[in-house]
Design a protein around this ligand. Structure first.
Ligand code: SF4
Length: 388
């Protein structure tokens, strides 16, 4: 149990942080609503993702799924499509599952306490505390990465445990305005007490900051031991185009519902050695394994290579993948567990960022049936890169 903070220090910190929030909080779309569903959506989107990236997704999401009922009734394919490019797709699947739980177990109303919110898929201590305090006024703590950094510096704690931080935040949270207080701490961490460049000269709580007083700001909090070095993987992505005489169509498959990029669509892939010379052979072998061979050509002839496309690199949390795409001409016949997608269908499928980039390259090579379709594919391929 952490040492209690002096009551006058608590009162002073609350007052100065709330004044700071009133005067300097950024105007963000989720701060203009008291709808618990919208606040829950914003908190899930903001997990591990920057505010600027989230804003357009949040606004489109509420147009597409304006309430719990709409989201609970949606197909997962539509949910993933609305999330496409935002990364960490497990969040989308969990949010969809949470809407179903809210509809079926909570009568369609987002639960009002942190403890009940924890019953929802994907809702941990931080998200439950944030939603309970912001949407329902519960004096619950909410410790995210920004709050961890601010509290570590304010109280000069080298390596506080999650429990210590939760106790500290629970002691500090203002019972009269808990949502604003929690957001004030987050806002301070995001805009003033930043990781690399804290502006202590303009900080509203500088006179109470132990790390500043002791000259330890740069060392607080102590960096966490670096997670294992991400594994480097090379993957051949075989892009099979249908016969040249047809409207361009590409062979796609859907990933299993759970796990990395679950439920999203991709070009068939296989892990290969990093050796550049291996790529075409591997792509042809993969296509033949799939049964995507040209139906109307010599069965012994190798599949025609239309293009070796530029590599696409993508960083997942524990994995750095280099996709080595090869464009082959195939027959266009039925391939088990795969589908052929024309430009219109491809634009409607939810694709991971790397696959969207490959699709963009492919489509430019093939020549799309309409310039508008090309522009749509290219635009979504060049969205800000985020981890998935
Ligand atoms: Fe952070 Fe500096 Fe403010 Fe302390 S004084 S809370 S280190 S910005």
């Amino acid at each position: 149990m952490a040492t209690p903070i002096a009551p006058d220090t608590v009162a002073s910190l609350r007052r100065r942080l709330l004044d700071f929030f009133d005067a300097r909080a950024r105007d963000l779309p989720w701060r203009r609503t008291d709808d618990p569903y919208a606040i829950l959506v914003s908190e899930v989107m903001l997990q591990q993702t920057r505010v600027d990236t989230v804003i357009p997704y949040f606004e489109r999401w509420l147009e597409r799924f304006p309430d719990v009922e709409a989201l609970a009734a949606a197909d997962q394919a539509d949910v993933l499509k609305a999330w496409e490019g935002l990364g960490y797709y497990r969040r989308a699947r969990n949010l969809h599952g949470a809407a179903v739980v809210v509809r079926d177990r909570f009568g369609g109303r987002v639960p009002a306490t942190a403890s009940d919110l924890r019953e929802l898929p994907g809702v941990g201590a931080y998200t439950a505390g944030a939603v309970a305090s912001i949407a329902f006024g519960e004096a619950a703590p909410a410790v995210d990465g920004n709050v961890r950094r601010v509290l570590s510096r304010l109280f000069d704690l080298p390596a506080p445990s999650p429990r210590e931080l939760a106790e500290l935040a629970a002691e500090l949270v203002d019972p009269g305005r808990p949502g604003d207080f929690n957001q004030a701490l987050m806002e301070l961490g995001a805009t003033v007490c930043t990781a690399a460049d804290p502006t202590c000269g303009g900080c509203p709580v500088a006179e109470s900051c132990f790390a500043l007083e002791r000259g330890a700001v740069a060392e607080r909090p102590t960096p966490r031991p670096r997670a294992q070095v991400p594994r480097q993987v090379h993957v051949v992505a075989v892009v099979c185009a249908g016969p040249a005489s047809d409207e361009p169509r590409l062979l796609m498959r859907q990933r299993p519902p759970d796990g990395l990029l679950g439920g999203l669509w991709e070009f068939p892939t296989a892990v290969v050695e990093s050796d550049e010379g291996d790529r075409v052979t591997a792509a042809r072998a993969l296509a033949v394994d799939l049964g995507a061979r040209l139906a109307d050509t010599d069965a012994d002839a190798p599949l025609a290579v239309l293009a070796v496309l530029p590599d696409v690199r993508h960083a997942f949390t524990h994995l750095h993948v280099t996709y080595r795409p090869v464009l082959l001409e195939a027959g266009g016949g039925s391939v088990p567990a795969h589908e052929w997608a024309n430009a219109e269908k491809l634009a409607a499928l939810a694709l991971p960022t790397a696959m969207r980039r490959i699709a963009s390259d492919v489509w430019e090579r093939l020549g799309a049936t309409s310039r508008g379709e090309v522009r749509g594919v290219v635009a979504s391929a060049h969205r800000k890169d985020v981890p998935e």
